[in-house]
Design a protein around this ligand. Structure first.
Ligand code: NDP
Length: 337
């Protein structure tokens, strides 16, 4: 069993006198900066001079370019998009680090694949929320916190664990439970979730229902447009994946538990397919593919995005979500890479 840290560990006094820089004032950065400030921590923000920079200023933070914020602080939370982090780290972070400081990532990706290499004299920590930024802030404000995976990847000072726990406490995750992990484990779980195939499974279900004679509206409502999925996700969490079945009718329980079970052959085939996905995450093939795709100007992604944008479901879905009054983007918003 992995250790789970709760609010009874960690002491904010470890951060006395320290200044924390939030590098990247986006989804995570804005939420974590506000949580840390409300916990009494001195925070500065570093961002490119654009809209997010202005947002940080409006929110009352001392805001600088990235190198400027690094120079003002002792502990640095790297909350940049993972794909821009290596270049920014090399040119605007690493040259300004001082021995004995700490660097914190919210995702294991760049550490795991060696895209950023942190000097041996710096503590390297991970606090990876299992929660989007709005939830990180809401969890802090309502007092319930939010879960995360945490680790000490490099202990240069002998104080890395107490620093990690103090930061985890201040950002609010110890109230939700912080699971001892590693950058490698976080990367494996995170990427596997993304590569597992939920969106295509859902669209396949839509296509097959429509092919079988269902209206697009009925098919969409059945699978995701009603919001029932949100309630299902909630009971998965509160009851457990299989126990939540007891909240459904008997016919539903039988169908979900017995009818939908794959045959032994299909199960074996599916596991082989998923093990290949895991293999590509673990041996770095996916990370290499993604790096090459970016260098080439995203040709494959652009083609697939174009195919998906022209799928007839997109229009049907937009019509329905819009007429139900739940669409939270402009009608006809472009869907491009
Ligand atoms: P966002 O894209 O929301 O925010 C990134 C921020 O970095 C933005 O403020 C952006 O400014 C700024 N930025 C982008 N490029 C540069 C640059 N070259 N120099 C300086 N600033 C720049 O990222 P997230 O918050 O989603 O992700 C941050 C980290 O958190 C990642 O490691 C991610 O994996 C991790 N994470 C994210 C979660 C999520 O829910 N989003 C959940 C858990 C972990 P601008 O927008 O103006 O370009």
């Amino acid at each position: 069993m992995s250790r789970i840290y709760f609010d009874d560990v960690g002491s904010l006094s470890v951060l006395d006198g320290a200044v924390v820089s939030i590098i990247g004032y986006g989804n995570q950065g804005a939420a974590q900066a506000q949580n840390l400030r409300d916990s009494g921590i001195s925070v500065v923000v570093g961002n490119a001079r654009d809209e997010s920079y202005e947002a940080a200023v409006r929110d009352g933070f001392d805001t600088f370019d990235v190198a400027g914020a690094i120079a003002k602080a002792d502990i640095h939370l790297l909350l940049l998009p993972d794909e821009v982090m290596p270049a920014v780290f090399a040119s605007e972070v690493k040259p300004y680090l001082v021995d004995g400081q700490a660097l914190v990532v919210a995702s294991g990706y760049n550490v795991s694949y060696g895209f950023i290499r942190v000097p041996r004299t710096i503590d390297l920590l991970m606090i990876a929320p299992r929660m989007i930024g709005t939830g990180v802030r809401r969890g802090y404000v309502d007092g319930r916190g939010f879960p995360s995976l945490v680790s000490v990847e490099q202990d240069a000072t002998g104080k890395a664990e107490e620093r990690m726990l103090a930061l985890a406490k201040a950002v609010g995750t110890l109230r939700g439970g912080a699971v001892a992990s590693s950058c490698d484990e976080e990367t494996l779980c995170d990427l596997f979730n993304e590569h597992f195939g939920y969106v295509y499974a859902l669209r396949r279900a839509y296509e097959l229902l429509v092919e079988a004679g269902a209206s697009p509206e009925a098919a969409l409502l059945e699978f995701w447009a009603s919001g029932e999925e949100m309630e299902l996700a909630r009971v998965h969490m509160t009851h457990g994946l299989f126990h939540q079945l007891e909240l459904h009718s008997k016919v539903s329980q039988y169908g979900q538990e017995v009818t939908s079970r794959l045959s032994l052959d299909d199960e074996e085939r599916e596991r082989r397919r998923l093990r290949q996905i895991i293999g590509r995450i673990k041996d770095g093939s996916f990370a290499k593919e993604w790096a090459l795709e970016q260098q080439a100007g995203l040709p494959v992604w652009r083609r697939v995005r174009q195919e998906n944008a022209s799928h007839p479901m997109i229009k049907e879905e937009e019509r329905l979500l819009s007429s139900l009054g739940v669409l939270e983007r402009p009608v006809g918003a472009p869907f491009e890479v």
